[in-house]
Write a protein that binds this ligand. Structure first.
Ligand SMILES: *[C@@H]1O[C@H](CO)[C@@H](O)[C@H](O)[C@H]1NC(C)=O
Ligand SMILES: *[C@@H]1O[C@H](CO)[C@@H](O)[C@H](O)[C@H]1NC(C)=O
Ligand SMILES: *[C@@H]1O[C@H](CO)[C@@H](O)[C@H](O)[C@H]1NC(C)=O
Ligand SMILES: *[C@@H]1O[C@H](CO)[C@@H](O)[C@H](O)[C@H]1NC(C)=O
Ligand SMILES: *[C@@H]1O[C@H](CO)[C@@H](O)[C@H](O)[C@H]1NC(C)=O
Ligand SMILES: *[C@@H]1O[C@H](CO)[C@@H](O)[C@H](O)[C@H]1NC(C)=O
Ligand SMILES: [Ca+2]
Length: 442
């Protein structure tokens, strides 16, 4: 006689099985299958007579252990945490850069020479500098707080599987933006007070101040109302330079920082070119990131963008704040609230936002696109995200074009993103970026 036992190894098998169960339903159906097709069996070996004890053998098929589905995500989660760590490290680094900047300013507040031959103003200056110094100190401790905060976040990251990175980023971004703007307003106040005036009496110092035109608005205020090239000195410690002034658009007094009108100038340029500026102020040009930084740090500025397509449609965008950080902070962009007719392409949505982005050129990748350089791909220097909803430094096309979206681009333009029939892409005839003080008091 031969016995074959289908044997449920209740103590072993269900243990594996439970580990594999993700949903109760699945477990039930598996149990049924299991009873009829149990792969583990005990059976008698050879023959044995009635009444005798038989020997048995147990066959275990090769084991397949099913783990919960979530186990497979562990690797992914690990990667994510690794990425988060990297991002936090980057943020830490940029905060340290910011701290360095604050340190510089602190240094400056301390060692700036006072005017030697003016008695009453000296006291005033003294107080003012003390004030500035305490403000800078406060700022410095703010920065340290922010840094500590990031450090503690960094620590907590070890314990958390998932962190809402956007919140952290927004938090740090807004802190850095806030501090940068405070540092710069302090810097602006200081530079106008502490410029080198030794060897000059008060009167000539005053005269000199009148002769300094920081931007086109200063010229406009002195009655200079025709468009053209003017010399400006936004910060007396730095060199003067020429700018093109638009004295007609919306009240006039605009300092133009970028212009496109005929494609005569190549905008596919290096970091160094974008730093210094290029082109012809009477035609097409980029004013230069250093110059734009100096103009936007000495006063609170607004930005106006004027666009015209080849159908003669003219629209504009206005941002009630515009600031470009220094080279050390990679010319990071800060823009305020939008108004206008062209749409808010600089801050299109959460995923396409040029605000607070670093400047990227084909030879310097500071964008948020991990697997390539947006500047190289779109032949342009710009504050790329990953990659763009606006790019006014793209290639100049004299008509609609096909292929990569690397022309002058404004994502909220009517019909822009869909393109035209047959895959043609919209192009622009003119683009202009210009700035003016937010507070227009003379
Ligand atoms: C910066 O933050 C402080 C408080 O955290 C706030 O009082 C101040 O108004 C902010 N400044 C700017 C420019 O947002
Ligand atoms: C200030 O200007 C004078 C001449 O105008 C110059 O001799 C002196 O070196 C300058 N000082 C600084 C600190 O730049
Ligand atoms: C832009 O310049 C880079 C070199 O900086 C070059 O490799 C690339 O081909 C240029 N793109 C176009 C469209 O000319
Ligand atoms: C800039 O353009 C104007 C007008 O076309 C021209 O007269 C001038 O010579 C150009 N300047 C340079 C430096 O090329
Ligand atoms: C302005 O001048 C200061 C002091 O001379 C210098 O450190 C800074 O790099 C200059 N900034 C620019 C944008 O040229
Ligand atoms: C933008 O608008 C918000 C809400 O109206 C306001 O609180 C904020 O101060 C504005 N920003 C600037 C730079 O004016
Ligand atoms: Ca990149």
């Amino acid at each position: 006689m031969k016995f074959v036992y289908f044997y449920l190894l209740s103590s072993i098998v269900p243990a594996f099985h439970n580990a594999g169960a993700v949903e109760d339903k699945a477990e039930e159906t598996k149990d049924e299958n299991f009873a009829t097709t149990c792969p583990v069996r005990l059976e008698a070996t050879g023959q044995c007579k009635e009444g005798e004890e038989c020997s048995y053998q147990m066959n275990l098929p090769s084991l397949t252990i099913q783990l919960p589905r979530s186990f497979s995500m562990i690797e992914q989660v690990f990667k994510e945490v690794q990425n988060l760590k990297e991002t936090v490290n980057n943020l830490k680094k940029s905060c340290q850069e910011c701290k360095l900047q604050a340190d510089d300013n602190q240094e400056m507040g301390r060692h700036e020479p006072l005017q030697p031959n003016t008695k009453a103003p000296e006291k005033e200056n003294d107080n003012r500098i003390k004030e500035l110094e305490s403000e800078v100190n406060k700022l410095f401790s703010n920065l340290k707080d922010a840094k500590d905060e990031i450090n503690s976040l960094h620590g907590r990251l070890e314990n958390l599987n998932l962190v809402n990175m956007n919140n952290i980023e927004n938090y740090v971004d807004s802190k850095v933006a806030n501090l940068t703007s405070v540092v710069n307003s302090l810097d602006g106040q200081c530079s106008s007070r502490c410029s080198n005036q030794s060897g000059q009496n008060e009167a000539s110092a005053n005269i000199q101040q009148h002769l300094i035109y920081k931007d086109c608005w200063d010229y406009y205020g002195k009655g200079r109302k025709s468009n053209g090239i003017y010399q400006v000195t936004p910060d007396p410690r730095n060199k003067s330079f020429e700018v093109y002034c638009d004295m007609q658009t919306m009240g006039g007094g605009w300092t133009v920082i970028q212009k496109r009108l005929d494609g005569s100038i190549n905008f596919n340029r290096t970091w160094k070119d974008y730093k210094k500026g290029f082109g012809n102020l009477s035609r097409e040009f980029w004013l230069g990131n250093d110059n734009i930084h100096l103009l936007t740090k000495s006063k609170e500025m607004v930005l106006r963008i004027d666009l015209e397509d080849f159908n003669g449609v003219k629209l504009y965008a206005l941002y009630d704040q515009f600031y470009v950080a220094n080279e050390y902070l990679k010319y990071r962009l800060h823009i305020g609230n939008y108004s206008g007719t062209a749409g808010n392409a600089l801050h299109f949505n959460k995923h396409y936002n040029h605000d607070l982005k670093f400047f990227t050129t084909p030879d310097k990748d500071h964008d948020r696109y991990p697997s390539g350089n947006c500047g190289l791909y779109y032949s342009s220097g710009w504050w790329f995200d990953a990659c763009l909803s606006a790019n006014l430094n793209g290639k100049y096309y004299h008509q609609k074009y096909k292929g990569v979206f690397n022309g002058i681009y404004w994502g909220t333009w009517p019909g822009m993103t869909n393109g035209e029939p047959n895959g043609f892409k919209h192009s622009f005839k003119r683009a202009k970026m210009m700035i003016r003080p937010k507070l227009l008091a003379p």
